[in-house]
Design a protein around this ligand. Structure first.
Ligand code: F6P
Length: 546
């Protein structure tokens, strides 16, 4: 594939950038009363308003040309047809198949794969219903009241985020998520649980991950010690994995293993058996609604023209800022307490996927790729880091996410939440000029407010871009669509940047070093293999811990 910066579309965008980068969005709105409708996309219970971005119709036209030149649509077709687009791992990328429907299929794959997915869903349904109804009980005959998911990365963030987001719909056992190898995480979780009523889901695609296997072994000791026999493991442990042999070796029977396939990437796995805690907490019907919402977004992504395509739009806006404005970060500001883990989920989804500097051909990218993704739920962030968003030296594009309807009875508070969300994006865009500040100070009549010295501190430049995703309601289907929206956004950006969005070699080096350092911390092995800093820290740790 041609180098990105050598494409005609890139060159056109570069020239265009020079002519529009200084334009203020205030003026764009003033000039065009139809800007909101022009830069708005609606689908799957989500409205995307991207009018508060530093784009004109010409910018979008050129960005669409870039998407065409980079073969985004063709690459999506390749993904949906099961081609091995994860080339470095020689794997297909078929998480969309996990939520596909026979009536309106997105994936063009054989019947065997489709039947496998359906049978996995049926097993999840049987088991989750058994746990929820009390048909599945602990070793001592007690009902399961608490489910602890032990997993990390995609085997934790996705299902954990969804369980929190769908809390109002949860009518099954409580769910808990233990990920960190820090023993404090498992200990504090188990402290308030009754072993006789606790079920562990060991969630790991590989079933070799250090954190997960260490926590799972500790949890097994807790069950065996508390219930007095090894046989208790069979009633208190199930697994979600692709690795049958390792699951069996751990002592979990094949009947209690919920399998998925290697074509499901970790950060795309919440739709698979990794979603079991969601099904147990909210019921299989809700889980299927989640899948259906994601499927609707898959259809939209596949079929909508580029200029009405929500994931493509978000992706192109991100590319515009990363590659032409040179931004480093992207904020995700969900005005919804139930989405308090959404940014964490997106961090893995985006940064593990597109945090790459090597192209598919193995050359070094001479352009920026995936941004640093971060965020906190609103309104908390307003009282922490929004100062920098409004008046700092950096440009930070942001996505605001908010639902029109809430699932609690404090409707007035919800209106205030929405008001805050809309106010922030308006303030970022409009800003406040020196003239406006001066008039306000004069009108206040306060002599202590010395206009001249205060004015620069109170000026907001504005022209700070954001998109707003207005959800009808944060229900299972809309949540599914929202997650799939970001999955496809990341996909499109990966296609433009020509990186493999589906491998994660960058996490391997640290894992290998941790394994060898763990031995050295214990048995005084040779620290000489490390750099002087690491050797010194190992020695200090040994001294302090004895
Ligand atoms: O460390 C990265 C990673 O491989 C992620 O991609 C994955 O989601 C996570 O570790 C957990 O892996 P597993 O599900 O195999 O335990």
């Amino acid at each position: 594939m041609a180098n990105l910066t050598d494409t005609a579309a890139w060159r056109a965008l570069d020239a265009h950038f020079r002519s529009v980068s200084a334009v203020h969005m205030r003026d764009l709105f003033a000039r065009d009363s139809g800007r909101f409708e022009r830069f708005c996309v609606r689908t799957c219970g989500i409205l995307l308003d991207y009018s508060k971005n530093r784009v004109t119709a010409e910018t979008m036209r050129l960005l669409h040309a870039l998407a065409r030149e980079r073969g985004v649509t063709e690459r999506a077709q390749a993904m949906f047809s099961g081609a091995h687009i994860n080339e470095t791992e020689d794997r297909a990328v078929l998480h969309a198949l996990l939520r596909d429907s026979r009536d309106s299929p997105v994936c063009d794959v054989g019947d065997v794969l489709r039947a496998g997915v359906e049978s996995s869903l049926d097993s999840m349904e049987r088991f989750s219903e058994a746990v929820r109804s009390g048909g599945w009980r602990g070793r001592t005959g007690q009902r399961i009241t608490d489910v602890v998911n032990i997993g990390i990365g995609g085997s934790d963030l996705g299902p954990g985020m969804v369980c929190r987001a769908l809390a109002p719909y949860a009518d099954g056992p409580r769910t808990h998520f233990v990920s960190n190898i820090d023993g404090a995480h498992l200990t504090s979780t188990l402290e308030c649980l009754d072993p006789a009523r606790t079920l562990f889901v060991v969630a790991s695609k590989t079933f070799t991950t250090m954190e997960t296997m260490t926590n799972a072994r500790a949890a097994r000791r807790w069950i065996v010690d508390s219930l007095g026999e090894d046989a208790a493991v069979a009633r208190h442990f199930v697994a979600a994995s692709t690795n049958r042999a390792a699951v069996a070796e751990f002592g979990i029977s094949p009947d209690s293993m919920f399998a998925f396939q290697d074509w499901v990437g970790g950060r795309y796995s919440l739709w698979s058996a990794i979603g079991l805690p969601i099904a147990i907490a909210t019921g299989m019907e809700r889980f299927r609604e989640l899948l259906a919402g994601a499927h609707a977004m898959d259809l939209h992504f596949r079929d909508a023209p580029l200029d009405r395509n929500m994931p493509v739009t978000l992706a192109l806006l991100g590319t515009w800022y990363v590659n032409f404005f040179g931004v480093e970060t992207h904020a995700v500001l969900a005005y919804d307490q139930r989405l308090d883990r959404f940014a964490a989920h997106l961090q893995q989804l985006d940064m593990e996927s597109n945090g790459k500097s090597v192209t598919l051909e193995g050359t070094t990218a001479d352009y920026a790729t995936g941004p640093i993704v971060w965020g906190e739920p609103g309104t908390n962030g307003q009282h922490a880091f929004f100062q920098l968003l409004h008046q700092g030296t950096r440009l930070v594009p942001a996505d605001f996410i908010v639902a029109a309807h809430c699932d609690h009875t404090l409707a007035d508070q919800h209106r205030l939440l929405v008001a805050n969300c809309l106010a922030q994006s308006e303030a970022l865009m409009l800003g406040k000029s020196a003239h406006e500040v001066r008039s306000e100070l004069e009108a206040s009549g306060d002599p202590t407010q010395s206009a001249d010295s205060l004015v620069p501190h109170k000026v907001f430049d504005g022209n700070r871009p954001s998109s707003t995703l207005l959800l009808d309601r944060l229900d299972a289907a809309t949540l599914g669509a929202l997650i799939a929206l970001y999955e496809h956004k990341v996909f499109v950006q990966g296609a433009i940047w020509n990186v493999n969005s589906f491998d994660q070699w960058g996490v391997e080096l640290g894992k290998a070093l941790a394994t060898s350092i763990a031995r050295e911390l214990l048995d005084h092995g040779d620290g000489g293999l490390h750099d002087a800093s690491t050797t010194g820290l190992i020695a200090e740790y040994r001294r302090l811990s004895h």
